[in-house]
Design a protein around this ligand. Structure first.
Ligand code: HMG
Ligand code: MG
Length: 298
């Protein structure tokens, strides 16, 4: 049976904007995040504290974090790759820290310039220090369903990286279909296998919609009892260090599907639309979500 409530984690201001060719002004990011807060999003990943040469789009993370209006009921998170990133994030007093690594050796190397083995001690320290500072920590594992460089990723690699992160103390695992190659049958098979090893009640799904299968994949994950999903408003998103990556599953499409299925999210579809129109007006191309395509035809 399907859940009656799902938690949506909005990653648009981070995953969505990190791959944008248009430069979005800090003020506009702040306005957009405030609109997302007002829409009832319970969780917003607001930016990342990575190297500004690697992701220039998010070099204003400090200013964004300082400028937004925080709502008590919203969790504000920031992505960090290492201790230097954590120090920046802690200065801004976000609620949660997200760490990330890949189940694929090649993608890990291209994305954070380190082997998987060399990444573990770095993240161990980040997680320890973040928790000591009173922050909860979430851990992403990328390329769970396939890698643009290596192709097939054995599920054992996903289990290994996930178990290590969980043993380091992350509170939630987010499994990434980084380049949107997963199909529903594969999601069924992989989640069945992962459930034998990992705590699925601490597991979220992070689908990208590159090949249009993200909502179908979401349905399969719902049937497996997953109740937390990452998404980006309007379908923005993608990792610049994963060849061929494109947008996350669109928050507006996802929330609409869930509401139509009598699954609650606490998010206002009307307010989401306005937030999507706003950020679209600051970008160089229309947003790709289905709901925005309807609006853009009106
Ligand atoms: P590196 O060059 O190996 O870093 O980059 P380093 O530790 O050797 O340091 C080199 C220099 O960078 C030093 O400066 C450091 O201080 C500086 P110098 O002494 O030479 O003047 N430095 C930093 N500066 C600012 N912020 C920092 C930082 N760290 C070091 N945090 C690094 C390693 C990890 C920094 C780099 O590879 C990087 O920034 N990568 C980020 C890539 C990224 O953001 N990718 C997208 C996010 S992941 C994603 O999208 C997937 C996800 O959505 C899930 C999914 O879809 O699967 C999460
Ligand atoms: Mg992503």
């Amino acid at each position: 049976s399907l859940p009656t409530h799902v938690t949506i984690k909005e990653v648009g201001p981070r995953d969505g904007l990190q791959n944008q060719p248009a430069e979005v002004a800090t003020e506009d990011k702040i306005t957009w995040i405030n609109q997302l807060s007002e829409s009832g999003c319970p969780y917003i990943e607001i930016s990342s504290f990575v190297h500004p040469k690697w992701i220039p789009q998010l070099k204003d993370a400090r200013k964004v974090a300082a400028g937004i209006k925080r709502k008590k009921e919203v969790t504000y998170a920031a992505l960090v790759p290492n201790m230097k990133g954590l120090e920046g994030a802690l200065e801004t007093d976000v609620d949660e820290i997200s760490v990330f690594m890949s189940a694929s050796e090649t993608h890990n190397q291209k994305n954070i310039n380190k082997s998987i083995e060399a990444t573990f001690p770095v993240l161990k320290k980040v997680i320890e220090e973040a928790k000591q500072a009173g922050k909860s920590v979430r851990g992403y594992v990328s390329t769970v369903f396939g890698c643009p460089y290596e192709g097939h990723i054995p599920v054992e690699q996903v289990i290994n990286v996930s178990e290590q992160l969980l043993s380091m103390g992350i509170g939630e695992l987010s499994l990434g279909d980084t380049v949107g190659v997963a199909n529903p049958k594969q999601v069924d098979r992989v989640l069945t296998e992962l459930a034998r090893h990992l705590p699925m009640d601490q597991t979220a799904m992070h689908f990208h919609n590159t090949r249009g299968m993200a909502l179908a994949n979401t349905l399969v994950a719902l049937e497996h009892g997953i109740t937390t999903f990452d998404s980006a408003l309007g379908g923005l998103g993608g990792c610049p260090y994963a060849k061929g990556a494109s947008g996350n599953v669109a928050t507006d499409d996802l929330v609409h599907m869930l509401h139509e299925m009598d699954i609650q999210t606490g998010i206002s579809e009307e307010q989401l639309k306005n937030a999507a129109r706003f950020i679209q007006s600051k970008l160089s191309a229309p947003l790709p979500s289905h709901l925005m395509q309807i609006i853009n035809r009106e």
